[in-house]
Design a protein around this ligand. Structure first.
Ligand SMILES: [Zn+2]
Ligand SMILES: [Zn+2]
Length: 331
């Protein structure tokens, strides 16, 4: 059963996806072993263990055969399904949409032990290129109002399989988190994010910049060592990224993850890409500024955060930047 239910009180949605309880490590258990290479469905040579591929970058071979560098497959336990069309139902107190959507998995490497902490720039740039390729393909589906690209690394951060992968969920609605960001910029004269970047410079929270991108710790970081990457030039839409910019973004990402590895030791993390919704016009989102948020999973969020949507962060953002800078340039 799949449904997208609007909370009758709060501005939030819940995807009820009862099929997902059968997936590996569906519910977190402290003592569980992380899956080994032997049984990994994402390793090269195990192509038959996943649903047939949707897309790939390949050095050789045919679809669903070895020889790939990046492989995209439907999620075996999708939170949403693209069967039919989105249908909205108002029913007195309740508002819901049927479980319409897209759920894809991007297998980032054929190698079980490769991940963002040890990949080279070329490997990372292939991942970003595939994000762009899938985003552009899914943007054609007019039933999708938002396309969310995200990554969970490590079991505690929600990574159900250890083999490095990202996910794409295409939604028939704009998530409240994005709605809030759009409302903020819709009527403003100048981009709010450009102002925040300037403030981060003034307040010494910039970790690094190159010719196209900047990475900084946000003023009110939710998670310890949280970082956000912005294009330096004001750009609302991720999918317009050029090849040369993919190269500089990959350089920056590689450096960030090397620093994380040195300071925090291969921490579990989540990252996600926020870009302008496909469902809105440029007039509405022209002041939006796309970005990638990276959150190491170093603390547990629990009762207080769930009850209040207020977070406790034990590391001052400027201090986090200082520690990461100390990791040095030559890593
Ligand atoms: Zn594997
Ligand atoms: Zn901007």
């Amino acid at each position: 059963m799949r449904e997208i239910r609007k909370d009758p009180i709060h501005n939030r949605w819940v995807i009820i996806a009862s099929n997902r309880k059968n997936r590996p490590h569906a519910f977190y258990r402290e003592e569980e072993e992380v899956g080994s290479k032997k049984e990994c469905p994402f390793c090269e040579g195990k192509e038959k263990k996943t649903p047939p591929e949707i897309d790939s970058f390949r050095a050789s071979g045919k679809p669903n055969e070895p020889g790939w560098e990046i492989r995209v497959v439907p999620n075996k336990f999708p939170a949403l399904t693209s069967d039919g069309e989105p249908r909205k139902v108002y029913n007195g107190l309740y508002y819901k949409i049927n479980g319409f959507g897209i759920h894809e998995v991007i297998i980032e490497t054929p190698y079980h032990k490769k991940n963002l902490f040890n990949m080279d720039k070329k490997e990372i740039s292939l991942i970003i290129s595939m994000y762009k390729k899938r985003y552009l393909a899914l943007k054609e589906n007019k039933n999708l109002k938002y396309i969310l690209i995200f990554k969970n690394h490590g079991k505690i951060a929600g990574g159900s399989l250890p083999h490095s992968h990202s996910q794409i969920i295409g939604l028939p609605l704009i998530p409240p988190e994005i709605e809030e960001e759009i409302i903020l910029v819709e009527d403003s004269v100048k981009c709010h994010y450009c102002k925040l970047i300037q403030r981060a410079y003034n307040e010494n929270r910039v970790l690094k910049r190159n010719k196209d991108f900047i990475v900084l710790a946000p003023y009110a970081s939710v998670a310890p060592y949280e970082l956000v990457i912005y294009p330096l030039q004001h750009k609302p839409c991720f999918e317009e990224i050029k090849d040369s910019e993919i190269t500089s973004l990959s350089e920056l990402l590689q450096d960030v993850f090397k620093k994380y590895n040195k300071v925090l030791g291969n921490p579990p993390f989540n990252y996600f890409l926020h870009t302008a919704p496909t469902a809105l016009t440029p007039r509405v989102y022209k002041n939006y500024h796309w970005h990638i948020v990276i959150m190491p999973k170093l603390t547990m969020t629990a009762g207080f955060e769930k009850s209040s949507n207020i977070y406790i962060n034990p590391v001052e953002p400027k201090e986090a930047v200082g520690k990461l800078r100390e990791a040095g340039e030559e890593l």
